[in-house]
Design a protein around this ligand. Structure first.
Ligand code: RP5
Length: 180
C-alpha cells in the first residue's frame, strides 16, 4: 500500500477511537484529576481511570503500562505528587505518549512533583504540563489522538474558536469600561 492510500485508510470512517488512560498515584489526587476526566468526556474521548502508584503498587503500574497499547490505549495521563515517579515509571514500560501532571500535594507546593516529572533522562520522554495542569493534560491527549482522527481535530479547532471569542468579548467589556 502506498503512503497516500495508507493515509486514507487510517482516516477511514468506522475506525475505533483510541482510549485515553488516566492514572493517578493516589485517590487524594482525584480533585485535580477530575478536571482531566471531564475535559476528555467533553471531547468524547473514551477513557479509563485507575489509581496505580509507582512506589506503592509498582507491579500493577508496570503491568497496566506494558499492556496499554495492545489494550487499545493511544495516550496515558499520569498524575502524581511529592516524589512523583509515576509518569516516568509508566513511560519506562510503554512506547505510548505519556503526559505527566505534577500534583500540588505537599509542603513544597508541587515543585517537588514538577521536577520529578519533568526531569526525565534522555530516551524515556514524559510530556509534562503545569503543576495541577489537568485540563491541559487532557487537551494535549486530545491533540495527540487527533493526529489520526479528523473529527477530534475539528472539535479541537472549534474549542479554540470559542476560547478566542470568549477572550474577545472580555476584551470588549474592559475596553468599553476604561477606554473613552
Ligand atoms: C503521591 O503521593 C500521590 O500521587 C499523592 O499526590 C501523594 C500523597 O498520596 P497519599 O498519601 O495522599 O495517598 O504518590
Amino acid at each position: 500500500m502506498d503512503a497516500a492510500a495508507f493515509q486514507i485508510q487510517s482516516l477511514k470512517d468506522g475506525d475505533e477511537m483510541k482510549k485515553a488512560a488516566v492514572i493517578m498515584g493516589s485517590d487524594s489526587d482525584l480533585p485535580v484529576v477530575e478536571k482531566a476526566i471531564a475535559k476528555l468526556a467533553e471531547f468524547g474521548v473514551p477513557c479509563e481511570v485507575h489509581v496505580y502508584s509507582a512506589h506503592r503498587t509498582p507491579a500493577e503500574t508496570a503491568d497496566f503500562s506494558g499492556k496499554a497499547r495492545e489494550n487499545g490505549f493511544g495516550v496515558i495521563i499520569a498524575a502524581a505528587g511529592k516524589a512523583a515517579h509515576l509518569a516516568g515509571a509508566i513511560a519506562a514500560c510503554t512506547t505510548l505518549p505519556v503526559i505527566g501532571i505534577p500534583i500540588k500535594s505537599s509542603t513544597l507546593d508541587g515543585l517537588d512533583a514538577l521536577l520529578s516529572t519533568v526531569q526525565m533522562p534522555s530516551g524515556i520522554p514524559v510530556a509534562t504540563v503545569a503543576i495541577d495542569g489537568a485540563e491541559n493534560a487532557a487537551l494535549l491527549a486530545v491533540s495527540i489522538l487527533s493526529v489520526s482522527d479528523e473529527g477530534l481535530a475539528e472539535k479541537l479547532a472549534e474549542s479554540r474558536r470559542k476560547a478566542r471569542e470568549g477572550v474577545l468579548a472580555k476584551n470588549k467589556a474592559v475596553e468599553d469600561k476604561f477606554n473613552t
